[in-house]
Design a protein around this ligand. Sequence first.
Ligand code: F6P
Length: 472
Amino acid sequence: MLIVVSNREPYLHETAEDGSVTAVPTTGGVSVALDALMRERGGTWIAHGAGDADRQVCDDGDRVRVPPDAPAYELHRVWLTEEEERHYYGGFSNEGLWPLCHLVHVKPVFRAEDWAAYQSVNRRFAEAVASDLTDTSIPVFIQDYHLALVARELRALKPDARTALFWHIPFPPPDQLRMCPWRRELLEGLLANDMLAFQLERDRRNFLAAVREELRLDATHGILEVGGRTVNVVAAPIGVDFDRISSMARDPRLLVERDRLRRELHISAPIVGIGVDRLDYTKGIPERLDAIDRLLTERPALKGEMVFVQVGVPSRSKLESYAAIEQEIDARVAAINARHGRSAADGPIRYRKSALKMRRLVALYQLADFCIVSSLHDGMNLVAKEFVAARQDERGVLVLSELTGAAQELKDAVIINPYDADGFTRALVRAIEMSPEEQRARMRRMRQVVAGRDVFVWASGILDCLENASVA
Ligand code: F6P
C-alpha cells in the first residue's frame, strides 16, 4: 500500500467526438513507470485532474479507480483553477524551476505571483494527502519539482507522516540555484521529507552543496539532522517496466502493428532511424535534425535509402519557449524534406506530432535501425531505456547524448555530444554501419543493465530505505 503524489495524472478522462468518455493513459516514461508500480502495490495516486471529463467520472470524494481495464488503485484528483495552473504549473514550475535545473541557456523567470500560487497549490496537495493518510505508517512517495513544498505542509497536518521525494530532473549546482529568489524555502521544503532521492550522484552532490551553502547544514554520508529529524539523501536512477515492455515486444501480434506503422508513415527505405520526445527545448531536437541534414549532404547515396521518424509530443504549449521550439522544429523538418526529398511531402523526415500508445511505441522501437536521444541536458531519459527494453531481438543502435542521466548507465550506446556537430554526424555513420554482431553484443549488455535496475528495483530501493530509516 502506497500513496503517490505527482502533478501529472496517469489517466486523463476525455470526451470523445461522439460524446462518450474515454480514459487516456498519459504518455511519458515517468507516468508509465509509476503506473506499473501502483498496479503492483495498490493504494492511492494523488494528482492534478486535467482531463475535460475528469470530474464526471469521480465520486464525491474526487476519486476514481484505475486502470480502467483492470482497476488496481485509486486516483484522487486535485482540482486547480485555470489561474492556479497558469502560475503554479506554467509559471513557477516550468518557466522558473525547469530552466533553472536544466543547463540549456533558457533564462528562468521568477514572478512573485507564480511563487504564491506554487505555495498554495502545494498546500492543497498536502491537504489531499492528509485526507488519504488514515494511517501514518503508509509511505507517501512525492514526485518531482512541482511539489517541493508538499512534505513541509503535510508535516503541519500529520507530524508523523513518512515521506520520500524523488527529484526526476537534474539538480543545479549552487551558483545556478542562486538565481532563484526562493531557493532557501525550496531547500527547507525538500528537507521536510524523510528521504530525498535524485537520479545521479552528481545531483545529490549539488543538492548537498546547496544545503551547506544556503542553510549552513552539513551532511555526513548523505544523512542530515534537521530540527531533530533525520533526512536521508540518496542517488537512485529511475528505470522502466522492463518485463512489461519485453513481453509486449515478444508478442507475435506486434508484427501487425509494425506493418501498420510502416504503411502509415510510408516507410519503404531500408534504413530507419527514430526519435521520440516531448517537444521540449532540452531534448536537442534541432541539433539532431541538423545532424541528419549533414549526413544526407555528406552521403547523398543515403537519400531514398534512409528515413528518420520523429515522434514529437506537444508539451506545455501555452508557454512561449515551448511554442518557439515547436515552430523551430516545424521549420527544420520542412527545410530538410525540401532539400533532400524528391518532393517536400516525400522527404527523409517523417514527423508525427502526437503521442503513440505504448504498444505502438514498442512496435516503432522495433522498426528502428537506430534511435537517437540527443538531449542538451536530461535527468535520466526513459526513451533510451524503453528502446533497449523493446529490443529483445538484440538489434538496433542507441545513439545517446552524454548529457543525459541514462548515459551514466548505458555505456554501450554510441555516445554523442549534441553540441559537437561533426562528431554527431560521424556517430550516425557509425550507427548505420555497425555490424549485426556488434549491435547484438552492445544491446545484450545494455539489456542486462536496464533489466537489472527496473522501475520496481528503483522504487523499492527508495521505499525500503524510507521504511528502515523510520524503524531505526
Ligand atoms: O520527467 C520530468 C517531468 O516533468 C515529469 O514530472 C512530467 O510528468 C513529465 O516530465 C512530462 O511533463 P508534463 O507533465 O509537464 O507534461
